[in-house]
Design a protein around this ligand. Sequence first.
Ligand SMILES: [Fe+2]
Length: 288
Amino acid sequence: MKKRKSSARIPSLASLLGGAKNADRFLDTAWPNEPFVMHGAPSRLIGLVDVPELKSAETMCGVPCRALLAQGQHLGGKQRFGNIAVEPSVAPSLLETGATLYFNEPEFRSRSLWKWIRSLERELGQQPGVIRPSAFFSAPGRGARMHFDCTESFVVQVRGRKTWTFARNEHVAFPPVNYLEGDPLPDELRELVRGPMKAPSAKKRVSVELKPGSVLYLPRGWWHSTHTTETSVHLDLLTALPTWADAARPLIESVLHRGEAWRAPVTTADPTKTDALLADVRAALSAR
Ligand SMILES: [Fe+2]
């Protein structure tokens, strides 16, 4: 593997992870399927964690977001952890009552932040837009209960402290949807999982407290919960890596679209169609 040069204060994977050695170790041993944690000085993250939008909940509330949610116990109409959409004008006061504010994909104006994002995408061999930053502001003593997400994430601690507890998903690898423990299984998971789905026991969980400058990489599908130990702000660099199914889908769609036999209406079952599809896909591949 190509070794990286000095990384100080340059938007790069090496800066994000506290040095070239860490970045190489991350790519060699973790990316994209294993978690990775590092603690380091926030000064290496200039242009990412110090953007004016993140100065306070009030300044973040001035940034248009895809959604602004308050998360906490008894929110969202359930007798347990949930979230509701809130107006920016009331969001800061909700934070004072103990809710977490989730600024989902804010339209950050700071060019330095986007420089970081584009640089990370390039280094990870991804298209622009694969990494989508969100911001979380949370009060101490609260947190999110066990769940998993269908995307990868780089969690960058900006201020305060938050403990993350995570564990491998023993029920389903690379789940296609998010899931909160205790909720009814959605259709997309019911056909992939046998029996009730529970997070692994405490023995199999790992806990780590993030402090300013810490970075946690959490792979797709890993169970995780959080507990805020000190008023906390973190960036979630959600990374929606395309799957092999995403890569295969356009080819199969194109075969189905171009082939006259596939555009024809179905009147009776035809067991030979599976073999016909495989033959057509193979022919399309060899014609490339
Ligand atoms: Fe999550």
